[in-house]
Design a protein around this ligand. Structure first.
Ligand SMILES: O=C(CO)[C@@H](O)[C@H](O)COP(=O)(O)O
Length: 243
């Protein structure tokens, strides 16, 4: 707990930004069960509060149908809950330290997601990177999806493993060994999309392996696919985003 920071004593602009981020993070948690990425409470989403040293994350162990903006927990970038208006006893996600480490060390990251989605987690269990054998992998991940080191929850070791692995890759997803996928993005929506996509392609590659040997895409083609998808696909930046 960081009692030194009290939400109601922050300026009105920051309070408004926190309120908007709480709504956003609550909304994107609903996509985890909706996309079959979690069972029970086994996954979490966070988003940096733009322009501040704060981020918002779900409360630990709370069912997705009980999550709402007003029970989203506000933390400083060390992962300490601030006096955010929720009950003092309401604890942030057990992965808060990992999310906080990512925000401290990857300033371009605005959203983090962790799940135990079955197909991606199976690759984490056998320490197998997901090879770049599909155009959708090249589009979204820019190459193979890497495996990160095993680390026990409770300190900065998971976060350090995520950051050190992602720094060596274009991928917004890392399969933490013996644990499961963590994904990052410019915001919670982008990180949730990466979590949905990594599970989908892990499933397809698993099926492909049962049919034969998946064939990696030529690296030059991967680069071309990734550049197009990142810079041309979809609508221009100013397209009105309802979320
Ligand atoms: O991997 C773990 C626990 O080992 C966590 O990811 C939980 O599965 C989700 O925890 P909360 O966000 O509900 O604390």
């Amino acid at each position: 707990m960081n009692p030194k920071i009290s939400l109601r004593e922050l300026d009105a602009t920051t309070q408004a930004a926190v309120a908007k981020t709480r709504e956003t993070v609550a909304r994107w948690h609903a996509e985890l069960p909706a996309n079959n990425l979690v069972v029970w409470t086994a996954g979490n989403v966070s988003q940096r509060v733009a322009g501040t040293e704060l981020f918002v994350i779900k409360p630990s162990g709370v069912r997705y149908d009980e999550l709402a903006a007003d029970n989203m927990v506000v933390c400083d970038l060390e992962g300490n809950k601030i006096a955010d208006g929720t009950a003092e006893t309401l604890r942030p996600s057990s992965d808060t330290a990992a999310h906080a480490y990512v925000y401290r060390h990857l300033p371009q990251v605005g959203g983090v997601v962790h799940t135990h989605s079955p197909y991606a987690t199976a690759f984490a269990a056998v320490y197998q990177p997901i090879p770049c054998v599909l155009t959708m992998i090249a589009d979204e991940f820019g190459g193979e999806i890497p495996v990160g080191p095993f680390a026990i929850i409770g300190d900065d070791s998971i976060g350090r493993g995520i950051v050190e692995t992602l720094r060596e890759s274009r991928s917004p997803a890392v399969l933490m060994g013996n644990h499961g996928p963590f994904t990052v993005g410019k915001d919670a929506k982008a990180a949730v999309k990466a979590a949905v996509m990594v599970e989908e392609i892990a499933k397809t590659v698993t099926f492909a392996k049962s049919l034969g040997t998946p064939r990696p895409i030529d690296p030059a083609a991967v680069d071309a696919l990734w550049q197009r998808y990142q810079n041309v696909y979809g609508q221009p930046e100013n397209y009105p985003d309802p979320n």
